[in-house]
Design a protein around this ligand. Structure first.
Ligand code: MIC
Ligand code: SF4
Length: 644
């Protein structure tokens, strides 16, 4: 029987397991990437594992999230990452070189390879036919050491693209349409595999915008075929030799299928505060706009920026709008500067930011109180911009510019004829901000500043797990709620004890103090707990506060893996009404904890006793035998050190 692309990629990298949807498989990882905000922790963990040089084909460390350097903390972290990576055989992309996903696509990604990144938008690499997956830092550390990556064999959803995009409709609108149909939970447990005649009309940056935001569907990853379009892109990057063809067999089968007619899509917008809260731009046309931010790993490519420049040329940003633009990489910025497009952007009144994540992760450009901010980013969770009351809307660069010029939300059709922007035959290649590792392990002294604090480590599972309900939260709690990230907190990603004092504070400011006073306990949550980022800090900070388990209606994939990796039980309510009956402060006991964890592998329920009611309620641990061992050992680090 024929295979789809996902099956081919997995089969070529399969280390163990059966390729049956839902079953645990292990795959070999060819490339890894980290960024600074998850990277410090990943490298501290890599050091703790104790392997001298990475065993991957290529590992790259990017500095892109935290480049503000408001104090010594960021700069110290950069120094640590630069020295530790040099020592262990990892390429280092200096601050200013651009956003990890954009640069990786330009300079390192290869069709047919696997990529594991400590950032949830790693699936951007699927735009050139990689199996690119986001994971927690510890999983990436293990992969750098040559260990396999374990995941549940995903289902494959064929996204059949028909027709062609109409003028003013973009790749961003395509993925917003997919989100409108499937929601932020629609991709859970699946790979979104793009196919159909519509594929060939999409450029690599357009494909990458779509695979990037597959993360917002909760998908394991998303992938496009590697075809002539991919080849032209790699040729233009001077990397034609990295190309291989990759397509689904004619008789390939899929678990699910959705069809998107490209010519039927209109410009769309994701309204506050969720990427799946979709409307047509024309439905909110006229809403007054205070800020427009163009950039992020979703829409900061050369062609995005050239389109923006063409639309701004000879015009002026509306007096009431602050327009900020962050090109995705040094390559993009350099080319805009060389061909004059940057001058058009600047003349129009845009504020140019350094190539990096910037406003997307709340590193500067926080909007004013109650402000309306239109952004080309991928996440508009409440408060992520740095301003809780801000209303953030996700749009395409075209809609962003049309609105920045008009001062109100505007469908780009209002701008007349769409500009023709083509892919360059040659990108400007100058990798002088990418530092290769030292030739030998012993050559480098790793520099550690005072901001780098020991991270919490768990211990073996006790006989009985006891603790109270420390907090009860609703559905769709994001990692931005669990471990907020903004200009004030991001500098402390290598200082978990400090960060822990802010854990879950957007939901309840008293949570850290309560958890500390109680000596730990349980988090009670609704559906899709932990959606969003791959940040392991959303597990490490609770661990620091003594959290032993999270009892939720369901979990987001990466966060659940991070909890297990840190020895925190991700328990799922069997009966959702038990969620309703739990009161804050209720005390719980999980008796015979080790036996119950082992039993869960066979599908047995994990019984939790509530001391107040004297009753037991049933939960499930959806774990493999290996994950049970990890939980029993008190986390992946202990498990790895035990030599498993
Ligand atoms: C994000 O977009 O939320 C981030 C910041 O890139 C995170 C990583 C992090 O929290 O450091 C992600 O997407 O994984
Ligand atoms: Fe950076 Fe934003 Fe992309 Fe995350 S989503 S990697 S913060 S640009």
């Amino acid at each position: 029987m024929g295979m789809n692309i996902t099956e081919k990629l997995i089969k070529n990298h399969l280390v163990s397991g059966e390729m049956v949807a839902g079953k645990e498989i292990a795959i070999k990882i060819d490339q890894t990437l980290t960024q600074d905000s998850t990277g410090t922790m990943a490298y501290l963990q890599f050091e703790a594992i104790g392997i001298p040089r990475v065993k991957t084909e290529k590992s790259v460390a990017y500095i892109d999230h935290n480049t503000l350097q408001t104090g010594f903390e960021n700069a110290d972290d950069h120094k640590y990452i630069q020295t530790v990576t040099s020592k262990h055989g990892i390429y280092f992309s200096k601050p200013g070189n651009g956003i990890c996903h954009q640069v990786h696509l330009e300079r390192f990604g290869k069709p047919g390879k696997t990529l594991l990144g400590s950032d949830s938008h790693t699936p951007t690499g699927g735009g050139i036919g990689m199996l690119a997956i986001g994971a927690g830092g510890l999983d990436v550390a293990v992969a750098m050491g040559g260990g396999a990556y374990y995941l549940a064999m995903p289902k494959v959803c064929r996204v059949n693209l028909t027709g062609k995009l109409s003028p003013w409709v973009t790749a961003k609108d395509v993925i917003l349409e997919v989100l409108r149909r499937l929601s932020v939970k629609g991709g859970v447990g699946k790979v979104m595999e793009y196919a159909g005649e519509g594929v060939k009309s999409l450029s690599v940056p357009q494909r990458a915008t779509i695979t990037n935001m597959g993360a917002e569907l909760g998908a394991t990853t998303s992938v496009f075929p590697s075809d002539e379009v991919t080849k032209a892109f790699l040729d233009a990057q001077g990397r034609g030799e990295d190309w291989i063809e990759l397509s689904a067999d004619a008789d390939a089968t899929y678990d699910e299928e959705v069809t998107i007619a490209l010519d039927e899509i209109a410009p769309l917008v994701a309204c506050p505060h969720s990427p799946d809260n979709i409307k047509q731009v024309k439905d909110i046309q006229g809403l007054k706009v205070d800020q427009v931010a163009i950039g992020s790993c979703t829409n900061s490519s050369y062609t995005d920026m050239m389109t923006v420049a063409a639309l701004l040329k000879g015009k002026s940003v509306h007096p009431d709008v602050s327009l900020v633009i962050a090109p995705g990489s040094k390559q993009v910025m350099n080319m805009l500067a060389a061909n004059g497009a940057l001058a058009d952007i600047i003349s129009a009144g845009a504020r140019i930011l350094e190539c990096g994540c910037g406003p997307c992760i709340g590193m500067g450009q926080a909007p004013a109180t109650n402000a309306v901010s239109l952004r080309t980013i991928n996440r508009n969770f409440e408060g992520r911009s740095g301003t809780k009351s801000a209303q953030v809307y996700i749009v395409s660069p075209e809609t962003a510019v049309a609105s920045a010029l008009a001062g109100v939300v505007t469908d780009p059709h209002a701008l007349g004829e769409a500009p023709l922007v083509s892919m360059p035959e040659h990108f400007m290649v100058n990798d002088n901000l990418i530092i290769p590792p030292a030739p030998e392990y012993k050559d480098v002294k790793v520099v550690r500043g005072p901001n780098i604090q020991p991270f919490p480590k768990n211990t073996k599972v006790p006989k009985e797990i006891k603790g109270g309900a420390l907090i009860k939260v609703d559905d769709n709690i994001t990692t931005d709620h669990i471990m907020p990230s903004n200009a004030k907190l991001l500098p402390f990603r290598s200082n978990v004890p400090y960060l822990a004092d802010y854990c879950l504070t957007p939901c309840d400011p008293e949570f850290p103090a309560r958890a500390k006073a109680a000596g730990g306990g349980f988090i009670i949550a609704g559906q899709n707990y932990g959606q969003g980022s791959s940040r392991e800090h959303a597990a490490l900070a609770p661990l620091q506060l003594g959290v032993k388990g999270v009892i939720a209606k369901s979990f987001a994939r990466i966060h659940m893996a991070n909890l297990i990796n840190n020895g925190i039980l991700p328990l799922v309510f069997v009966n959702e009404w038990d969620y309703d009956s739990i009161q804050l402060g209720d005390e719980f006991v999980i008796k015979y904890a080790a036996d119950q964890i082992k039993g869960a592998v066979k599908g047995q329920e994990v019984m939790v006793t509530c001391v107040r009611t004297g009753k037991e309620f049933a939960t499930r641990l959806n774990i493999s035998a290996r994950q049970a061992d990890i939980l029993l050992a008190g986390g992946l680090l202990n498990y790895t050190k035990e030599g498993k």
